[in-house]
Design a protein around this ligand. Structure first.
Ligand SMILES: [Zn+2]
Length: 230
């Protein structure tokens, strides 16, 4: 590349890194935005960073379950992980393998049962999440289901509950997914095993802090009526 003056004619070497190959593959898409050297994504041919960025992102999946999830009841960091998981974009070992990133061991690091680490396994089937799920279910007084991300969102959405109750259950469930993902990351990257009782306490603490910050809102007062433990 250092000896070449035109990036458009550069061909990615077979032994280069995966992200260089990925960047290189975007050139084909970017070239299609031009006709006779004219930028075609805007009517007047003026280059638009926003248009280009949105084209690179492609069509975004809208969360049909937004009514129960995208509310201020859930912490932003929890929302972000759910948003990624709903699009199957968390970098699980299965996803890393799919995008050709070498993984030394594809097994789930939380249960050590030799199961391929997928989202469905981590957030539904894995024996590690059973204790947090049961712990927060007892706390809520509602049994959370052993389901994947989308199935859980649909399940909450379809319950015959008040809207504020759905948002509250989604907030607790979202915190559980976030802390399960965090436990997985700490195990892999820091070699630290997070205690499941600690996880349950952390979920409770974060949900309470969130509601505390909303103490004077109408929504939080409705929650206090519905959930006596707050
Ligand atoms: Zn597991």
């Amino acid at each position: 590349m250092r000896t070449e003056s035109n990036i458009w004619q550069h061909k990615a070497p077979a032994d280069c890194s995966w992200y260089w190959k990925k960047l290189h593959s975007l050139k084909g898409l970017m070239e299609s935005w031009y006709q006779n050297r004219e930028y075609t994504l805007t009517p007047n041919g003026a280059y638009s960073m926003t248009k280009s960025y949105n084209m690179l992102l492609g069509e975004q999946v809208r969360m049909q379950e937004s009514g129960s999830v995208w509310t201020t009841m859930m912490q932003p960091k929890h929302l972000f992980i759910i948003w990624l998981a709903n699009q199957d974009r968390l970098l699980t070992k299965k996803r890393l393998l799919r995008i050709k990133i070498p993984v030394a061991n594809g097994s789930c690091s939380l249960c050590d049962q030799g199961r391929l680490e997928t989202q469905a396994h981590l957030f539904a089937e894995c024996s590690w999440i059973t204790a947090p799920r049961n712990g927060v279910s007892i706390w809520l007084g509602i049994q959370l289901q052993e389901k994947g991300i989308r199935e859980s969102l649909h399940w909450i959405q379809r319950r015959n509950w008040k809207q504020v109750q759905k948002e509250m259950v989604a907030a607790v469930w979202g915190a559980m997914i976030y802390h399960t993902w965090q436990a997985r990351n700490w195990r892999i990257f820091r070699n630290i095993t997070i205690n499941r009782e600690f996880t349950i306490a952390k979920i409770q603490q974060e949900v309470k802090i969130r509601l505390d910050s909303m103490r004077n809102t109408c929504r939080a007062r409705k929650c206090q009526y519905l959930f006596t433990w707050i």
